[in-house]
Design a protein. Structure first.
Length: 202
């Protein structure tokens, strides 16, 4: 794995004000100046391919106790959440992604009442599960409280208030440990965690 560069200042392509950026986990994977004044993010989450996204602005970039986080606005996909140099979801298609992640399992159960979500920091998986009126309790277990708070603040179109639903219970803990230690039983369990990157939280 490549080492990170120190933070560098560059002009914001919208306001032209200085913008501090720090590559999330590799030389290629930070929001950075492309050389022509544009701000770009290069995803290098595998050893074979690079994916480049041009950003109109960076909303947040920093490191939590577990991972690097970048929330930015792209020209082609709207807002995006990137963790440890890999895109997690994008505003323009996250509804479809999370619907396909959640609804097959939920619809396979005749009356899901108690739902467990491992991960799911954006809150979109939680929103999809709570769409079922039969659900009485949805427990979302995520190891990274800071990511959840950032998503709550900046990704409202993802969670649509699901964090504040009275049926929601947030647990900030390791998902595997929670499953091993809980005595609760669940009708449906949904796993929504990051890719298994080296030294990543998953």
């Amino acid at each position: 794995m490549m080492t990170s560069k120190p933070a560098s200042a560059m002009p914001d392509p919208v306001s032209n004000a200085p913008l501090e950026v720090t590559p999330p986990h590799g030389v290629a994977s930070g929001a950075r100046d492309s050389g022509d004044g544009a701000l770009v993010f290069v995803e290098d989450s595998d050893e074979f391919d690079l994916y480049t996204y041009r950003l109109s602005r960076v909303i947040y970039q920093g490191r939590t106790a577990y991972q690097q986080v970048l929330i930015g606005e792209t020209y082609n996909y709207g807002l995006v959440l990137m963790l440890d140099g890999a895109i997690q979801s994008a505003e323009d298609d996250q509804d479809l992604y999370h619907e396909m992640l959640v609804q097959p399992g939920m619809l396979a159960h005749p009356a899901p009442r108690n739902v467990l979500i491992i991960g799911g920091g954006e809150g979109a998986t939680l929103y999809q599960a709570l769409a079922h009126r039969t659900v009485e309790s949805a427990v979302m277990v995520d190891i990274d409280r800071e990511v959840v708070e950032l998503c709550r603040r900046h990704l409202g179109d993802w969670h649509r208030g699901a964090f504040d639903d009275p049926r929601t219970r947030l647990v900030f803990s390791d998902g595997r440990r929670f499953v091993e230690e809980t005595d609760d039983q669940f009708d449906v369990a949904i796993i929504d965690v990051v890719d298994l990157l080296d030294n990543g939280p998953a």
